[in-house]
Design a binder for this molecule. Structure first.
Ligand code: PMP
Length: 362
């Protein structure tokens, strides 16, 4: 890692790879001889047009997005999409939500403002969202306009170990905290959306991947900036798009390609997550929060038996050169977010610190 930078385990905004940061630095004052930075560039310029076109093409290639899906770069983050979804595709007003955590609940609450029948198809709230419900537990409405899932639960550290089967009802997934972490079969989803600030780019953008047959169902009051069909027709340029985020996304995709694409990234992420989980499985000092059947590769949640020790852990981890290990208040304890850009050495340093802390405090 570059001199002076620390291992930042933030859940988002989170680390960008050194290679990406260095390219931003090189490009910053004068992008490819244009005499200006991307920060200053008109989104209607030829130079910028090349950037957005290339970013979309790269995302399609890296994620293997089928031709019958549109890719949108929108503002409003993932939270904006909680509202945009029902406004775009709920033609009958009925939708199913699977509640596996805070953001899944947030999507349901926001969606309910626009839906007449926002059902909860399953929830693991009573288990403090420590696991993902199995397919057999889902009570799905075959008449629903869509089924919504939060594929990786950033706060609780769980991820779907399977893709829910929803018959003819489109499956919509919030992939904010797992997009680009491994290959995913896009064709199994009606819509995939994600806030950018974990694995894609800086904060301020949502990526939305929409199957074409879901276009044109928007209710008339849908804001134009969030109308998927309109934005698709305008190449995400109905208004000024998040220009810098799109450019950084391109650099991140270049970096992913250099790692062997999403297969390479998956292998790297599995190895990093295994370093942490293998250790958690061999000690009684720390307790892993998420059920083994659905552990997230991106957000690893754990605690000791004593909240005061947890606080001491967090404090001392900062002194040891690591930041943002405090768990979310809904789970307590610690959370290590180990997105793509967290180097393997960062995870190794964390485990070494955990072992030392255990020795000193058990
Ligand atoms: N969904 C998930 C899974 C998240 O992790 C987050 C943010 N951490 C959100 C939605 C909200 O995203 P945003 O802040 O981009 O609106």
């Amino acid at each position: 890692m570059l001199e002076g930078r620390i291992y930042n385990f933030s859940a988002g905004p989170s680390m960008l790879a050194d290679d990406v940061l260095l390219r931003i630095k090189d490009d910053l004052l004068n992008y490819e001889g244009s005499g200006m930075s991307v920060l200053e560039m008109s989104h209607r310029s030829k130079v910028y047009d090349n950037i957005i076109v290339e970013t979309e093409a790269k995302l399609r290639s890296v994620m293997n997005i089928p031709d019958n899906y549109k890719v949108l770069f929108l503002q409003g983050g993932a939270t904006g999409m909680f509202a945009a979804l029902p406004q775009n595709i709920a033609s009958t007003g009925a939708a199913d939500y699977i509640i596996t955590g805070n953001f899944a609940g947030g999507a349901h609450k926001e969606g309910s403002k626009y839906l007449t029948d926002a059902r909860i198809a399953a929830t693991t709230k009573e288990e403090n969202f420590a696991r993902i419900p199995a397919q057999e537990e889902l009570v799905l409405n075959p008449e629903a306009d869509y089924v919504h899932v939060c594929f990786n639960n950033t706060i609780f550290g769980t991820k779907y170990p399977y893709i829910p089967e929803t018959g003819d009802v489109p499956l919509v997934a919030d992939m904010s905290s797992c997009i680009l972490s491994e290959p995913i079969d896009v064709s199994k989803f009606g819509i995939i959306y994600a806030g950018a600030q974990k694995n894609v780019a800086p904060a301020g953008m949502a990526i939305v991947i929409v199957r074409e047959d879901l276009h044109g169902k928007a209710c008339p009051t849908t804001p134009n900036v969030w109308n998927f069909k309109t934005q698709a027709e305008k190449g995400s340029m109905l208004n000024t798009p998040p220009t810098f985020q799109i450019y950084v996304c391109k650099l991140v995709l270049d970096w992913i390609e250099s790692l062997g694409g999403l297969e390479g990234v998956k292998k790297m992420n599995e190895e990093k997550a295994a370093i942490l989980y293998d250790y958690l499985d061999t000690t009684d000092f720390y307790i892993a929060a998420a059920d083994k059947s659905c552990r997230s590769m991106m957000n690893v949640t754990f605690r000791t038996a004593d909240p005061e020790l947890d606080a001491k852990f967090v404090k001392e981890s900062v002194a040891a050169g690591m930041s943002n290990l405090k768990g979310h208040r809904l789970v307590g304890g610690m959370r290590a977010s180990i997105y793509n850009a967290m180097p393997r050495e960062g995870v190794e340093a964390l485990v070494a610190f955990m072992k030392k802390f255990e020795e000193e405090n058990k």
